[in-house]
Each structure stands twice: as C-alpha cells, then as structure tokens.
Design a protein around this ligand. Structure first.
Ligand code: RFL
Length: 388
C-alpha cells in the first residue's frame, strides 16, 4: 500500500495536518492507536488563540472546526484574595476562542472523515522504517490484528510525548533540552461551572486557577509539591484550598470527575526533523501549561508542515520543508521563554516557600509592571493572542 504522507497520531497536530493536506489534494493516512471514542473524550486544553483561529480561517475551515465561544480579552487575576483583572490589548485581533480541545478534535475528525480522509483507529505497534531515505515505510497492526505496511514520501510524527516517532530517530541525532520547575499542579475536572472565563490566584499558599470546560464543567489547577499524591486531596480539601487561594467562594462545588498530578516542565527536542520524518506538537516539545500554549504550538507546527509539503509537491520546491525545523523552533523557543516567564510570575509571586523572598518581590514587581507600563501590557497581549 502507498500514500504520500503517513501521519502518526490523531491529536490536534495530526488531525489539523491531515485536514489541511486533504484540502490541498495530498493523499495521506492517519494512524491512531486509540479508538475514536477515547480520542474524542480526552479533555485537555481550553483556548484556541487568535493566531490559530486565523490560521483555520485562512484554510477556509474556521466555521466547521473551531467551536466554543469568543474569548474575552481579560485575565481575572486575584492577588492575595483581591481582584486584579488584567485587560489586554488585542490590536483588533480578538479572535481567540474558548474551545475545549476535545471539541476541536471532534470537529476535526468529522471534517476529515466527511471530506473522504483516511483515518484508521486502533492501529497497534506502529513502527517506522527507512526514514532517512526517500521512501519511508510504516508498519502497524490494524484493528483486526492484521499486519500492514504503507510506503510514503513523508512521515509526520504527531504521536505526542510518549509516541514512537521521536524514538525512531537514531540515538545521537536529536538533542533534548529541558527544565523542571520543581513543583506540580493538581489538575482536576469538575462537574461545576466556573464563575468567569478565567480565575487565576496569586497567593502565599500557591497558585490556583479555574477555567470553564463547556457550560457546566470546569478545570481547576492547584500548585502543590512534587511529592504530593492524589489520595491526599479529597474533594472537600480541593474546593477549600481553591477558595482560600481565590479569597472568594467558587460559583458552585460539584463532583470532581478526574484528579491528576502534572509536574511543570519544559522540553524541546532538536531538530524537529530527521530525513523524511517530521516531528510536530508534543512529540517535539512540552511547555508548562501556565501559558496555555501547548495545543497552540502543535497547531502552528501543523500549519507550517502542511504549507511546506504542498509547496514541495506542487512546485517541486523543498525549501520550506528543509526550513521546517528551524521555522518551528524559532516560535517554540519564543513561547518557551514566555511560558517560563508567566510560570515564574504567578508561582514565585505567591508561594513563599519557593525560591525565596527576593524572587518573590521581583515577581510582584513584574506583575505590577503589566498594569503600569502600556508597553509591558502590550507584549503580554501579543503572547496571549499568539500574534507575535
Ligand atoms: P496529543 O494531543 O497528545 O495527540 C497525540 C496522539 O497520538 C496518539 N498516539 C499514537 N498513535 C499511534 N501510534 C502510537 N504509538 C501512538 N502514541 C500516541 C495518541 O493516542 C494521541 O491521539 O498531541 P498533539 O497533537 O501534539 O497535541 C498537543 C496537545 O494535546 C498538548 O500540547 C496540550 O493538550 C497541552 N495542554 C494545554 N495546551 C494549551 O494550549 N492550553 C491549555 O490550557 C492546556 N492545558 C494541556 C493542558 C495538557 C495537559 N496534560 C496532557 C498534562 C492541560 C493538561 C492537563
């Protein structure tokens, strides 16, 4: 069996790339390890930034793909329990959407499949071969356990942090850069509405936040030590701690349906390509969730690769494909810097046990600067919209 592009992984990166390639008339096959119901239910990010919305618009897909509601250009900070809302400049580009990741994924699957895309769920034991040469092969076992092989020109590794694509690159060809922040977030999903689009607490007890995930549900994060365990956090303690850090009651306490620990860290693997294999999204980079940019960087990679593949196939011009890694890494590192800054800002400015009083005072000064300097506020707005 042959195709032009094999896409490994049907997350936001893989599905967006597949949908764009299909629009451009490029044959592709998407291989996903999980079943459709699992992929469509996986809850993670909540914001599609302005840049990504405009990208979908440019591909003629915004109405079919991006759901949710418009994002208000304001972050509702609470500092030591007092409201400090930060309204940011969007320079007329307030296109961001409060769109849960699973809504985006569901819409992308619908569009890809109804436009005739080849999406194969429950593809097991995916293996990449000959990625350094002109004709890679991808082997897997289909849903019935039958071994299959697909020959292709390009492999897109969109299989997330723990996928097979990156680990198929020979040892020594990639360099990994990483940083651990030294604390975790307890991440909970609750059947309880949020009182506003964002609430982010900067507090001596540590960072806390709450964001809506659809009409009746919300995601909350609580900064906690790396060695905490979920069993130490019964529902009452979670809600009590959120309210203590917010300095106000939540809109409603509801059943908590999921609790996980997310250690905050940054990772970049360079380069984001090896031969005919290209790495996208979490397969290539992880940002701490504070900046809300993980999904948006994955979407950016997909747009860059789709454009590069189309240019190569239609004009026999490989220059964009050769520049893929460098183009994406420029943005990835800019957003790693942003995510590090905003993570330090909201954690060091609160939790007194972390990094000491000097860093804490610096963070308070940086926070005040957002309100006092139009220039500083504007830069923050550029990152929030993704338009720099
Ligand atoms: P995904 O979405 O993980 O998709 C990878 C897909 O590959 C499949 N797969 C395989 N398929 C075939 N063979 C294999 N061997 C395979 N191994 C894996 C998987 O089943 C899956 O379907 O990666 P992608 O597309 O790169 O997208 C990245 C984003 O999902 C990720 O960056 C964000 O979710 C990060 N993130 C957030 N990003 C934001 O922009 N804003 C947020 O508010 C935000 N909150 C979050 C987050 C991530 C979180 N987690 C995962 C810790 C909150 C949380 C809790």
């Amino acid at each position: 069996e042959n195709t032009t592009v094999v896409i490994v992984g049907a997350g936001v990166a893989g599905l967006t790339l597949g949908t764009f390639l299909l629009r451009g008339g490029v044959d592709c096959v998407v291989l996903e390890r999980r079943d459709r119901a699992y992929v469509e239910r996986r809850q993670r990010a909540g914001v599609v930034d302005s840049r990504a919305v405009r990208m979908f618009r440019a591909w003629g897909l915004v109405d079919r793909v991006v759901g949710g509601v418009p994002l208000e250009p304001v972050l509702h900070f609470r500092v030591d329990g007092e409201p400090r809302p930060f309204r940011y400049a969007t320079d007329g580009h307030a296109d961001g959407r409060l769109c849960p990741q699973q809504v985006l994924v569901r819409n992308l699957i619908d569009v890809f499949v109804s436009d005739g895309g080849d999406l194969r769920f429950e593809a097991e034991d995916v293996e990449l071969a000959d990625i350094a040469g002109p004709r890679p092969r991808v082997r897997y076992r289909d849903g019935a356990g039958v071994p299959r092989t697909i020959g292709c020109d390009v492999v897109a590794g969109c299989d997330g942090e723990h996928g097979v694509s990156r680990t198929s690159v020979p040892a020594g060809e990639l360099t990994s850069y990483s940083r651990d922040f030294g604390y975790a977030w307890l991440s909970v999903l609750a059947d309880a509405p949020a009182s506003r689009q964002t609430t982010m607490a900067i507090h001596d007890r540590g960072f806390a936040s709450q964001f809506p995930r659809g009409p009746g549900a919300s995601r909350c994060y609580l900064q906690c030590p790396l060695d905490t365990v979920v069993e130490e956090w019964p529902d009452d303690r979670v809600w009590g701690e959120i309210e203590a850090r917010f300095g106000e009651p939540v809109a409603a306490r509801g059943p908590i349906t999921s609790k996980t620990l997310v250690p905050l860290r940054s990772v970049v693997h360079e380069p984001m390509a090896h031969g005919r294999l290209f790495l996208l999204g979490d397969a290539a980079h992880i940002v701490p969730p504070t900046g809300g940019k993980g999904m948006n960087l994955a979407l950016h990679d997909a747009g860059v690769l789709a454009t590069a593949v189309l240019r190569w196939l239609t004009e026999r011009d490989a220059s964009l494909l050769e520049a893929y890694s460098a183009t994406c890494l420029r943005r990835v590192w800019n957003y790693q810097a942003y995510a590090t800054w905003v993570t330090d800002l909201v954690h060091d400015a609160g939790d007194a046990s972390y990094r000491g009083a000097f860093r804490r005072r610096l963070a308070r000064a940086e926070f005040a600067r957002l309100f006092d300097s139009e220039t500083a506020g504007r830069l923050f707005g550029e990152f929030l919209t993704g338009l720099n």
